[in-house]
Design a protein around this ligand. Sequence first.
Ligand code: SF4
Length: 356
Amino acid sequence: MGNNLIAELIKAIWTYMAEVKEIKIMEVCGTHTQSIAKYGISSVLPPGIKLLSGPGCPICVAPASFIDDAVRLMMMDNVIVATFGDMVRVKGTETSLDNSRTKDKKPAVVYSPLEALEIAENNRDRTVVFLAVGFETTAPAIAAMIRHAEEKSIHNINVLTSIRLMPPILEIVLEKHDGELGGMICPGHVATVMGEEYFRFLPDKHDICSVISGFDAADILGAIYLIVQSKCGDKKPELKNIYKRCVSFNGNEKAKSLMGEVFTASKGLWRGIGLVGDSALVLKERYMKYDAVYNFNLSPRDHEAAMECSCGDILMGKRSPGECRLFDSACSPANPYGPCMVSTEGSCSVYYRYRR
Ligand code: SF4
């Protein structure tokens, strides 16, 4: 990637901003938030461009009651809770898996859903509950794991799901911002699975210029350049895909069909945001025997107790981390209060580490 290209993009952005003056652009995905901070992108942009972080950190959006259920399950006899590492430090209503661990009860940290299945295979006398957290990106791997369990008759694996879908939450984001957003940088990973058409509704229904982008500096600057350029003259908002090296028109058909076989869309609770229709993936009837909510008779998660955390506003791009009164006082990476401070892709953690 040439420095020349980067310099040209920055120059062109400054040129167009002489006309645009002010614009708010949301980067939806936590990986973009991290890249923007890592490459110091905000520092080379004109002051009129305000970059806002969106709801694209899967750990951050899992509701507190999801963690509460995971802690309860971990304390049960003959249950092993398996999870990605980041989830271990996220607090539920009162505590986290990490803070609840005892000599005998602790979470098993795994790097993939298949690793959780392996634990179940090797511990047939216990039930392994995998915390299935993520977006459209991780859903295919979780669906593949359920299919493997079925094929290999491993019935002591369960999933506690908090898998979320992008389009419904983006509708809410746009509603909350009520025309204030000038453009959206769409998540390249989600588009890799779902295809560029998945985000067509953004310009078509909401008149917002949207760019599917990769994660290096030139990708992100390219997306900002296209959004700013679209504001000059009388242009119709469009969807642009500048991540064609990974994102095709229709996405990964195999991954999509696997998701469609195992999951169905349902309402889902988002941390600090509330219940959003059709925004979650849950197991289809046929695979219900793997569902921890069903097997352990857990209450459906449809509301959340109010918490002091401002994570909901952060995830909606309505506040920046520095505007939370707990930031860098009661909440820091060493002692996180809210989930946005835990994950390396969480906005508060990124702001803390890079002082973006
Ligand atoms: Fe939540 Fe902590 Fe961020 Fe405040 S600083 S919004 S408490 S994660």
